[in-house]
Design a protein around this ligand. Sequence first.
Ligand code: ADP
Ligand code: MG
Length: 394
Amino acid sequence: MVKKGLKDIAVQGKRVFVRFDFNVPMDDHGNISDDTRILAALPTIQYLMAEGAKIILASHLGRPKGKVDPEYSLAPVAQRLSELLNQPVAIAPDCIGPEVEKEVARLKEGEVLLLENVRFHAAEEKNDPEFVTRLANLADVFVNDAFGTAHRAHASTEGIAHRIPGVAGFLLQREIESISQAMEGAERPFVAIIGGAKVSDKIGVIENLLSKVDVLIIGGGMANTFLKAQGYEMGKSLVEMDKLPLAQEILAKGEERRVKILLPQDVVVAKEFKDDAPYRIISIKDITEDEMALDIGPESARVFGNTIIEAKTIVWNGPMGVFEMDNFARGTERVAQAVAKCPGMTIVGGGDSVAAVEKMGVADQMSHISTGGGASLKLLEGKTLPGVAALQDR
Ligand code: ADP
Ligand code: MG
């Protein structure tokens, strides 16, 4: 990677401010219901402990809207970290201020302090210079390991890196390296699978991928708009009428650039957007006006699968159907299985895509599962992330 990583700097005895994404889901009793993000942070923290750094952790949690709200306290995260690290992790009363400064000054080498939710201050998301200064004064070095918020230029993700030297943590480094390796140094055939609800959410991604891939597979709700643009009757399917010209343009560009674009040729349709709605599997030619396409059909999944298996590089974003409903999850499941079997490099990004792959139990067969929905989309669009750009060059 072009940016410095943790191992490129000396941290012993230094106060190290590490930004993580500890935005974990909580249940109604304030217990952490999924600690994946905390587990993922351990390698960076343990490395800093072993190196004898004085470790200051920071994160946001939820949307407290710039006010102190106990509901969004990071205290449960400190508790969980203490258990996992086998050493006490204190929670600071705030993320700035004299009390916090005192606690930081008391830190010994290898000790860990978790600052309270940075979004208790509206200044965080405004990247307010005054607030940035107060955060930066707490530490000697900044480590960004919050990939999920790296596409936002906030005080603790971006601003701080302009005041004290910033480097990438292990998690962030792996995310950037995996995705940029696929995008820039892809072994061919390079196949992108794009799905999800709408074309409009992913125009940038599709346009960028068109200049890189050999095959573009389009499924999910967004395929409807392309099929409509090709003249098919899509009934009550989710179609973005204002994006029909764009869909035509993309299809034409694909032809021009010799990118093969694969669209579903059969679909699963129902008359209602309901899990228990009666459904049928039909050719895209036979959709009636009161039906909607909610998943790709088995024949499409088979054709997609044949291309997927042969790929050397795969980037997948967006489910093939309404995978939240079992009757319309099979297309996504079949594609997930094909990607899992593909011996090439396979990268899955996007909140719902990752949820789908996890639901289907094939997550561990992927080369890389991206933890940041918005941030991975930005990378697939070919954009740089502000939280990465601000780090020191190697
Ligand atoms: P990701 O989070 O992986 O980027 P998106 O948010 O773009 O994915 O899309 C996921 C959503 O798209 C899911 O909620 C899914 O139900 C919906 N979706 C997929 N196919 C269809 C379809 N044919 N009709 C309506 N919604 C669909
Ligand atoms: Mg989503």
